[in-house]
Design a protein around this ligand. Structure first.
Ligand code: PLP
Length: 397
């Protein structure tokens, strides 16, 4: 038999954990593995701005005809504005071209295949550590993956010197994956001064930045979080962006994101974009409409946009509140180890510094699920589950 020779794939380090969590019969179990925003009631509700946009769409939708290969055009335009800012020269000059993609993952995969088939840029540098799926996506697409240092475990801080030294060994044309904000898993972002140096290095060594921008609005704010991307884009002739609206619009299962190519001039952008579209055509022909129509309906309506901005702010502030509460609750449980670094991290995740054995004990003995690397989804914490989490951590330390 042919299929009987196929080996069983290992469980996905993040989604596999959710499967184990679901099968766990314990009542007070807590899933802090996957990056999903939970409100104070522990729910992941549909945003009100999204519900309102969906009501408009239901009313107005006239056809289910195919979209073009690049997706909803009004959507692609609002994506560019979110990325580069209203009236950005990158947009008006025609140097940026955007195609709708199935989530940030789909966008990364399209970007990788575009690079592989149309350029000599076949090596990508990713931070160590990085989101567990990066290596998987890039290697599956056929790129060679190398790592640059990013994190000093002892100091719970960025290892910027190692990052720069490692990237100084990259060859011209190599691609550098950069997390736009809310670095996953460490929660530690570059300062503007550091972005400046990375931009200069990319320009000097002719490296191609590929921004993974999955958490715009979860760091300091929607515009603020794009500062690194905008700075780099002002210094290099070419770059790629894979962005996602799974988290900041709560559109996880709509699979909505985009891939954006910035080329040296409008002419090169047209040619590059034609190959991006070819890649899409060969993969899934053209994207589904619903998520893109929701996002473009919201962002093209001043009232709905203001509502969305407020909803993102509430999510961001609730997570920040949970960070402080987490640090305080650990202290209250008698933990003497300094966890104050957690309140300085950005976005949904906290890189706790807990080791594999401690992570395993949290799961096995206390039903508290976090990723093996020690990454905790702070966005899954609530005032209700906090005591369970902190008591368990105090026991395994
Ligand atoms: N990039 C990073 C850094 C992420 O954390 C995620 C999701 O967790 C993604 C990309 C993928 O997002 P999507 O669910 O839109 O594919």
């Amino acid at each position: 038999m042919i299929f009987s020779q196929v080996l069983l794939a290992p469980a996905d380090p993040i989604l596999g954990l959710t499967d184990t969590f679901k099968a766990d019969p314990r009542q007070d179990k807590v899933n802090l593995g996957v990056g999903i925003y939970k409100d104070e009631a522990g729910q992941t509700p549909v945003l009100t701005s999204v519900k309102k946009a969906e009501a408009i769409l239901l009313e107005q939708e006239k056809t289910k005809n195919y979209l073009g290969i690049e997706g909803v055009q009004a959507y692609n335009h609002v994506v560019q504005t979110l990325l580069f800012g209203e009236g950005s020269a990158l947009i008006t000059s025609g140097r940026a071209a955007t195609a709708q993609a199935p989530g940030g993952t789909g966008a990364l995969r399209i970007a990788a295949e575009f690079l592989l088939r149309n350029t000599d840029s076949h090596t990508i540098w990713v931070s160590n550590p990085t989101w567990a799926n990066h290596q998987n996506i890039f290697e599956t697409a056929g790129l060679a993956v190398k790592e640059y240092g990013y994190y000093k475990a002892e100091a719970h801080d960025i290892d910027f010197d190692t990052m720069m030294t490692d990237l100084s060994h990259a060859n011209a044309g190599d691609v550098v994956l950069l997390h736009g904000c809310c670095h996953n898993p460490t929660g530690i972002d570059l300062t503007l001064a550091q972005w400046e140096r990375v931009a200069q290095l990319c320009a000097d060594k002719k490296l191609v930045p590929l921004f993974d921008f999955a958490y715009q609005g979860f760091g300091a704010g929607i515009e603020e979080d794009a500062a690194g991307l905008r700075l780099v884009a002002s210094k290099v002739p070419e770059l790629l962006v894979a962005n996602s609206f799974s988290k900041n619009f709560g559109l996880y299962n709509e699979r909505i994101g985009a891939v954006t190519v910035v080329a040296e001039d409008a002419d090169a952008a047209v040619r590059a974009f034609s190959q991006v579209k070819r890649t899409i055509r060969a993969n899934y022909s053209n994207p589904p409409a619903h998520g893109a129509l929701i996002v473009s309906t919201i962002l093209n309506d001043a009232g709905l946009k203001a509502m969305w901005v407020q909803e993102v702010k509430e999510m961001r502030e609730r997570i920040a509140e949970m960070r402080t509460l987490f640090v305080d609750s650990l202290k209250a449980e008698g933990v003497t180890q300094d966890f104050s670094f957690i309140s300085r991290q950005n976005g949904m995740f906290s890189f706790s510094g807990l080791n594999k054995a401690q992570v395993a004990r949290l799961k096995d003995e206390f039903g508290v699920y976090i990723v093996g690397s020690g990454r905790i989804s702070v966005a899954g914490m609530t005032k209700t589950n906090m005591p369970v989490i902190c008591k368990a951590i105090a026991q395994v330390l």
